[in-house]
Design a protein around this ligand. Sequence first.
Ligand SMILES: [Mn+2]
Length: 320
Amino acid sequence: MRLEDLLKEVKSIGISGHMNPDGDCVGSTLGVYNYIKTYHPDMDAHIYLEPIPNIFKFMSHSEDIEDADPLSQTVFDLFICCDCRDSGRLGDAKVYFKNARHTLCIDHHLGGGTFADDEYIFPEASSTCELVTEILDMEKITKQIAECLYTGMVHDTGVFQYTCTSSHTMNVAGMLMDKGIAYSEIIDNTFYRKTFGQNKILGRALLNASLHFDGRIILSYISSDDMKEFDVLPKHLDGIVSQLRVTKGVDVAVFMYQKGKSEFKVSLRAVNDVNLAEVAAKFGGGGHAKAAGFTVYEKPEASVPKILKEINLALERLDS
Ligand SMILES: [Mn+2]
């Protein structure tokens, strides 16, 4: 598939991605939008996303991102859905998908049936940005487009570390590097950089961590009072569970934070092949085998023993 082939006769285009947009979602949608702005400046192009994290605002044209109007009557000639493959995950932007004359979905998530008129879906791909790069002509990828796409690849691969990273991923990223982007700064500024408060609360989480079941499970917890003390929001707690996970000897890391008076978010990360999606499903959540999550509605004193027990059962299944 070439994106360019789908743009013939298209006069108006809408682009969107999933709710609560992450680096891959922002990078892929802005990558496509920058391509349209560069090579089809007369097209009526719109990009709709929920508010994006500040770290991604360096990307070209991020200021053009609009809030979706759930009651919109707009009918786009083409609507492109990036990094999600069901209209529910589009949030308010699903109205543009529904109304559009033609739809394209570019995604790398598992599951679901046919969704859009045209689909470029490869679950084995590292990221939607990797897929967007494939359907553009490499010589037409500008430095601005490359910055968007490279950032998304960095975020969905954990800086080219997760098992979704293939040699093809590295080749695609390498071609984007050749566009003259400041790849080292992109990784530092969008992936590793933390505020002082974020580092302090990471310290609190590490100090509070405890080991269970012969050191195979590590668990830590951050309360709303902790978050108030360090002036951080739940979205600033990303990365804590990954730091817990790299503790020597640990098979599973559990990180909990308080969301409401008796509402607690739980993130699980695995080192080996234990299936954490199954564990999360027991608590009404979901995710991937190595990274899953759920919400509990009771105090940690009550929930933690149940969570540890389920993880231990999953580890025992793995051992047997
Ligand atoms: Mn993605």
